[in-house]
Design a protein around this ligand. Structure first.
Ligand SMILES: [Zn+2]
Length: 485
């Protein structure tokens, strides 16, 4: 049997644990800065260094962001949740335990819908729980030869852990779940969700079973996943490994596997951690977290528009196709930018084309975020007004846009200053045509003789002479009248 035929007889079962760093100014149990990228161990204090006698105080902003995330993931936020100590020794965790939540987490029973494009029916993936916890520091192995360095700046920064049900059935579904999750988190502005900066981290529980079986197989946990494509690749490799073991009559050991992206391989982790080893108990230094029903309701009411709702609204409000809507809503700020341009200009399709084309291309070329983009929505709308009003040509508009990106000046000023106002004066248009006919006598003669496909060449040359300012419609009429075939 071929490897592909063997794999086809087995089903992949995946549940994900996603850690998301919350965008708070300070850490979750002390007032140290939670900013990324400071020199090592600068952002520390007795609490996050775990000096004896130091006591944690819960950061209200972290609770707010965690609650917002839980509600956006359709979870039921619990009025009472309890912090717990998760005991384990690790060099970058100075307390010897992590403050997390265990049997009474912040939120339960949510879901995420994946594959929710206009032409697909969505699949609902259960979210088991969302809980609040603190992050550990970092061990740095490559800074000093033969020595591991410890940086505790990250120690005590707030995280939420989002645990899914084992309901994902393929790497495509895993990729879709992660992209939807990341987009939701971005929309509600609770995290930067950057895998490069470690503010979004994924561990995957994966098992294999024969197609048709309903019981879950023994799972392994795959760690060290630092990109979405890495998650997908690692799961393919680990699933194939399990299927090979099971098909040969062996058993899969429940263990932690580390993904080695360079070798495209998984290997067992040397540390043996199981949840039964953590000896969870309620954190004695923190009271239970009590949230009023009214406060939770207010948090729900204050949620911004989520990606799925915005996609649906863009389809109805702006009559845009599924592809355009997906591109325009991929990022909430881009969506807001488009919407401002569309409202100010009036023609949503033109606004969509410009934002998807020129604006996104400029941002990509400059590696820039739209929040710092120089062309404000009102100015882009004004430029589109100039095009639709026949004041500047489409070609001239692109030149004006480039100058707007560089200078931040208004399109009206630029059109005048750069001499890009559309020219429809017949004498001027005729003069340009005369020059073209003089430059290209052969083409002009062949066009006159009936070779109509040369029209584009002649008009193109005249447009070039006019530096994009000539009114192409009038130019065509004049050419036909002059050399009419
Ligand atoms: Zn601190």
């Amino acid at each position: 049997m071929t490897a592909a035929a063997l794999l086809a007889e087995w089903e992949m079962v995946v549940g994900l644990e996603v850690h998301v760093q919350l965008k708070t100014r300070t850490k979750v149990f002390c007032t140290c800065s939670a900013e990324f990228g400071a020199p090592p161990n600068v952002n520390t204090c007795p609490v996050c260094l775990a000096l004896p006698g130091a006591l944690p105080v819960l950061n209200a902003k972290a609770v707010e962001l965690a609650t917002r995330a839980a509600l956006a993931l359709n979870c039921s936020v619990q009025p009472i949740s309890v912090f717990a100590r998760k005991n384990y020794f690790y060099p970058d965790s100075p307390k010897g335990y992590q403050i997390s939540q265990f049997d009474k987490p912040l939120a339960l029973d949510g879901f995420v819908e994946i594959g929710a494009r206009a032409d697909q029916s969505p699949i609902r993936i259960g979210v088991t729980r969302v809980h609040l916890e603190e992050d550990a520091g970092k061990s740095i192995h490559d800074r000093f030869t033969g020595v591991t360095a410890i940086d505790l700046n990250r120690s005590g920064t707030p995280l939420i852990e989002i645990v899914s049900e084992p309901e994902l059935r393929s790497v495509e579904q895993v990729g879709a779940y992660l992209r939807v999750l990341k987009q939701i988190i971005e929309y509600i502005e609770v995290s930067d969700v950057s895998m490069e900066e470690g503010s979004l981290r994924v561990d995957a529980n994966v098992s294999a079973r024969r197609r048709g079986d309903t019981a879950l197989g023994t799972r392994t946990e795959v760690k060290n996943l630092n990109s979405f494509s890495g998650v997908e690749r690692a799961l393919e490799v680990e699933f194939a490994r399990q299927v090979e073991v099971l098909a040969a009559g062996g058993t899969v050991l429940q263990q932690t596997m580390l993904w080695d992206a360079g070798a495209a391989a998984v290997r067992p982790s040397r540390s043996k951690e199981g949840s039964h080893d953590y000896r969870y108990f309620p954190e004695p230094d923190l009271p239970p977290l009590i949230l009023s029903i009214a406060w939770i309701a207010k948090m729900r009411k204050d949620l911004p528009e989520l990606p799925a709702a915005r996609r649906a609204r863009f389809v109805t409000d702006y009559a845009l196709g599924a592809y355009d809507v997906d591109v325009l809503t991929a990022n909430s700020r881009v969506a807001e930018y488009f919407e401002s341009v569309a409202r100010a200009h009036g023609d949503a399709k033109a606004a969509a084309n410009w934002v998807m084309g020129e604006v996104l291309a400029q941002l990509k070329a400059a590696g820039q975020d739209i929040s710092s983009f120089r062309v404000r929505p009102a100015d882009l709308a004004q430029l589109l007004d100039l095009v639709s009003g026949g004041v500047v040509s489409h070609i001239a508009a692109k030149q004006i846009f480039t100058r707007m990106v560089a200078t931040g000046d208004s399109p009206g000023q630029l059109a005048e200053r750069e001499g890009l106002i559309k020219v429809d004066d017949e004498a001027q248009l005729a003069a340009w045509l005369d020059e073209v006919i003089a430059d290209m006598p052969g083409e002009a003669a062949r066009y006159r003789a009936g070779e109509t496909r040369l029209q584009g060449v002649l008009i193109g040359a005249a447009m070039k002479k006019s530096k994009g300012r000539a009114d192409p419609k009038k130019l065509n009429q004049l050419l036909a009248a002059r050399l009419g075939s």
